[in-house]
Design a protein around this ligand. Structure first.
Ligand code: GTB
Length: 210
């Protein structure tokens, strides 16, 4: 069966490849797995049919050979586990690659999301301006440590893999990307990933929808 993923019929990111179908498309392109996309409206995402696939009424979902999955990280990991190319076969290297996926979504992403949330929802609050340097500093703390660990390597741990795919997905979010100029090796890391033909194909496919 050709895997089917869901994506926004009309993406609020206006084709910038920031919605969470992007890492799934990118992983599928990296491993050379063709896929189909079912586009959904906000209304359809909250209807019982879609919620039976994604309990929180979000995109993406993924259906492949009887498997139904949600959570972009879990979907990317499943793609990597069922196709060669994105996960090392050596057990310790494999465990470290998965650790980098978790680091991306549960250590680096939260302060980035919090900074975005604040600029979207808290602009009218009297304490908004005072809070911004604190939120920026929390993002910088993660970026500085990540930059130090990456050093002058091309990728986080050996060849490009799922850890890099998820980390770059997180670093592309606006509240992190806007600071990358101060971390030249991270800026170059994101650029290197975006130059990959698989990323380019995934980006073009989501842009074509917009
Ligand atoms: N943890 C889930 C996953 O990774 O799969 C999160 C999924 C998620 O947030 N989906 C969003 C959604 O369906 C679309 S991507 N939202 C509708 C809802 O919750 O009702 C959201 C998104 C938009 C813009 C950026 N960005 O600018 O960086 C990132 C993510």
């Amino acid at each position: 069966m050709t895997p089917i993923l869901t994506a926004f019929k009309s993406s609020p990111d206006r084709g910038r490849g920031l919605a969470r179908d992007m890492p799934v498309r990118w992983a599928l392109e990296e491993v050379g797995q063709p896929y189909e996309v079912r586009l959904v409206t906000f209304g359809e995402m909250k209807a019982p049919g879609h919620k039976s696939l994604q309990p929180f009424g979000q995109i993406p979902t993924y259906e492949a050979d009887g498997l139904v999955l949600f959570e972009s990280g879990a979907i990317v990991l499943n793609i990597a586990e069922t196709h060669p190319g994105l996960l090392p076969s050596e057990p310790e290297a494999r465990a470290r690659a998965i650790a980098w996926m978790f680091a991306a979504v549960s250590t680096v992403q939260p302060p980035i999301v919090e900074r975005e949330r604040s600029s979207l929802l808290e602009r009218g609050e009297p304490w908004f301006a005072a809070r911004q340097p604190v939120l920026e500093q929390e993002v910088r703390l993660r970026l500085a440590d990540l930059s130090q660990r990456l050093g002058d390597a091309d990728w986080l741990d050996g060849p490009f893999g799922v850890g890099d795919l998820m980390m770059v997905t997180v670093l592309r979010r606006p509240a992190g990307a806007s600071l990358l100029g101060d971390y030249p090796n991270l800026a170059a890391y994101v650029e290197r990933a975006e130059a990959r033909p698989a990323f380019q194909r995934a980006f073009a496919a989501q842009l074509a929808v917009f």
